[in-house]
Each structure stands twice: as C-alpha cells, then as structure tokens.
Design a protein around this ligand. Structure first.
Ligand SMILES: [Zn+2]
Length: 440
C-alpha cells in the first residue's frame, strides 16, 4: 500500500511538471473578439454589435442580455443571432418591450460556436441607461443619488428632502433603506415624459420601484410646494416596498401603502387636517374596508381617501408602535389576507380597526355589518410589467392638462402595486408624537 501511494505521488508530481512532454506552443484561439459594444439610442433602442476573428466559420451565436431590474423570476433574455462572416448585430427595440429608466444597468454577453463545435462565451459587459439630452449633475448621500440639471438648488434640496424622509421612516417605523435609490429630476414634467415611452400625459413623477429609480419633473419654482413632499412620498413607497418584498404574492392594502408614504412626508398639511375635521363633523369617512383597493379616480374623493389613510396609519403607529407595524408588513408579505394579517397582529380585522380608529379621533361609531368574505390579496395582481412605473400627477403649475388636485393629491400608486426591493430592520427608535386628527 505504501509503495502504491509513493508511485501515485510520483506520477502526480511528474504529471504536474509535464516531465517527458515536449513544450507546446499556446493554442491559437479559435474565436477572437475584436469589437464588442452596445450603442444606446435612448429611449428608443439598444444596438449590440460584435466583431470576431475565427479560424473556422461560426455556425451559431446568441446574445444574452438582462437589466438590473429586480425580479422573482430569471430575467435574462437570449436571442439567437445569425452571423454574417465575423460580424453580429442585434437591436433591442425598446418601444416594443418598454424602456428601462435612466440609471438602469444593462449587462450582456455573447455565446459563439464554430463548425468544429468550439464554443466561446464573451466576458460580460455593462452599460448604464442615460438620457443624453441634458447635462446632468449628481449629489449623493445615505444611499440616495439625486441627478438634476435645472436650478442650482434643486439637487441638494431634494437630496435633503429624501434624507429627512429616510430619517422619519426610521424614527416612525424602524425601517431603513437597504438598496441605493436614484432620482432623476427633470426640469419640467414634459422633459420627464419625453424620457419614457407610453407615459400618461398627466404624469409628473414615475417610480420604477423594481429598479429603485424615481423620475420627477420639478421646475425650480415647484421645489417646496411639490418637489420636497413628492420625493419623500415616493421614496417611502420604495422603502416600504423593500421591507415588504415578497415573491409569494403578498400585497398591502392601499390605505396602508399610502398612509405610510404620507407619514414619511412629515407633519400633515392643512388640507389633510381639514379633511379629517370634515370627516368627523359630517360623518363622511368611507369604510376602511373600501380603502383596501384602488382609490376613487375622482380627485377630490381620492384626496380624502389619502387623508383618511394617513390618519389610520398614524393611529396604528401611535397606539401600537412600530414593531407591530413591521410585523403587519411582514405578515402581509407572507401572503396573508388583509383581515387575517390585521387580526394576527392587532387582534381586530378592518372593521375592528375602523371602530378603534373612529373612537380615537372622536368620530361617531359607524354601524358595521359583518363581512362574510374577507378580501383575498391573491385576487389583487402583483405582477408589474417592465414598462410599468407608478406615476404621480404633475402639479397644476406644470401639467397640461393636470388632474384637479385633491386634498392630499392622488398618487396612482394606488392603482399599481409597488414592486420589489429589500430592506433592513433598524433598532427601533422613539417616535415623535403626531396628530392623528384635527385636534392634534
Ligand atoms: Zn403614493
């Protein structure tokens, strides 16, 4: 046995030094890449070009490309491309598939096979989508990158608005941003809309949640009135979306989604306070259960729905704290029905929430009929197509034609479920108290 081991060791050593074998010249590569590029014509197309030198003719080639969009499913696309001599070209027509936003990253590689069966995979390359029409500046802090080109103050001010919102989210809910977020601040809503194919002509902001990218049109004159609160609101959707990320079909009721985003905006404005006051006086609130799905398309009703959502979320945070809110987001992410999730965390369903909230804000009790069929989140679609971005209406000063602005401003986030991100828990902090009714 010992002799056998020595023999084996000797053989390995000899083999390792190639003893007894004549040195070989390095083999000539069968396929050599001489040129490999992707040319972006934003937002219309990407043209991939590859030139190779080959000892033998290519018989097969395929382009493999993907973006950094987050997805629960493999997102790579493979396209067979017919070689013409040593050149290959393929165009990704974005107008057919939907254009990734500026800031998105594309990566690609080619697989090539010659007629002897020799195969080569080119090294992966990357390209960042950019909008070349403007001379962009960037400011960054705390994982937030703000790109802008119009108005000296705009970038730094909106970065500060984003950082303030992150601080509130951490203080109020104990959740923080895990993945970097990019804002692209266009000088007007029109400039922004030209960057995106197939966008509603009233959109003033677009959230590409699965890219962690938000586009906004903010003229310098709208910085305070619209820019700052919208940055906070849209960022909150991303952060909450990261925390409640789910591949199992979990979703959140709209009142929770929008209420959390409004809490991130900070102290409620006069419009929200007035909505709550009117709701109490005139007993005009809608049933909480009716705020589970999309809000009314009518702007005024939507505005009140936002104010009521804010008040509901503020009540839950003030009364039960941030740990319970985090638990609710997690249980919902696991796919629980809304009533079931509320019951598990707070011990009441949507009707019980309504009763407790009404009592807390001083509204008269509402007669609530028993609900035999709880709303099943599985019935609410969660797939977001590539093109889909959550859009937010343009403020009246900049849009044509803008929607009438509701009290709190409708955010069609209510219409498209937020997409997917990741998020970290932070050590819970003491929350500042905040009014949940006009009395605060
Ligand atoms: Zn929203």
């Amino acid at each position: 046995m010992k002799n056998f081991l020595l023999l084996l060791l000797g053989t390995l050593l000899l083999g390792g030094t190639n003893a007894g074998i004549l040195p070989q010249p390095p083999p000539t590569p069968a396929i050599t890449v001489t040129h490999n590029e992707a040319v972006l014509d934003f937002p219309q197309s990407v043209t991939f070009r590859l030139d190779v030198q080959t000892a033998r003719p290519l018989t097969a080639a395929a382009l493999n490309y993907s973006t950094n969009r987050q997805s629960c499913l493999p997102a790579q696309t493979q396209v067979p491309v017919t070689p013409t001599g040593g050149s290959l070209e393929w165009q990704w027509v974005l107008s057919r598939s939907g254009s990734p936003p500026p800031g998105a990253q594309l990566s690609w590689y080619w697989t090539l096979t010659d007629d002897s069966g020799h195969m080569v995979i080119t090294p992966p390359q990357t390209l960042t989508f950019s909008d070349p029409r403007y001379d962009w500046q960037q400011v960054s802090a705390g994982g937030v990158h703000v790109n802008w080109y119009r108005g000296d103050d705009v970038g730094p001010q909106l970065l500060q608005a984003a950082l303030d919102a992150l601080q509130r989210l951490q203080a109020e809910m104990g959740i923080q941003l895990e993945q970097d977020v990019q804002f692209f601040i266009y000088g007007s809503a029109n400039d922004m809309r030209d960057a995106v194919l197939y966008v509603q002509d009233w959109a003033g902001a677009l959230a590409f949640a699965d890219y962690n990218i938000i586009l906004m049109g903010v003229a310098p004159s709208q910085l305070e009135s619209w820019g700052r609160p919208t940055v906070a609101h849209e960022l909150a959707h991303l952060v909450v979306g990261q925390f409640g990320w789910s591949c199992v079909g979990g979703s959140r009721p709209t009142w929770l989604e929008e209420g959390l985003a409004m809490v991130a905006e900070g102290e409620p404005g006069d419009a929200v306070r007035q909505d709550i006051a009117r709701g109490i006086e005139a007993d005009a609130f809608v049933p909480v259960r009716s705020l589970n799905g999309a809000f009314s398309a009518h702007s005024a009703d939507a505005g009140i729905a936002y104010s009521q959502s804010y008040s509901l979320v503020a009540f839950l945070l003030d009364t039960y704290g941030q740990q319970a809110m985090q638990q609710l987001l997690r249980v919902l992410a696991d796919g629980a029905a809304y009533d079931q999730a509320l019951a598990e965390v707070y011990g009441f369903n949507a009707d019980g929430l309504e009763t407790a909230w009404r009592a807390a804000i001083g509204a008269p009790p509402r007669q609530i009929l028993p609900t035999p069929t709880p709303i099943n989140p599985a019935l609410i679609p969660t797939a977001v197509p590539l093109q889909a971005a959550r859009s937010q209406p343009t403020p009246a000063a900049a849009a044509s034609p803008p929607p009438q602005s509701g009290s709190a401003g409708p955010c069609p986030a209510a219409l498209i479920p937020p997409a997917l991100l990741l998020l970290l828990l932070t050590a819970p902090r003491r929350r500042q108290s905040r009014p949940i009714s006009n009395k605060g």
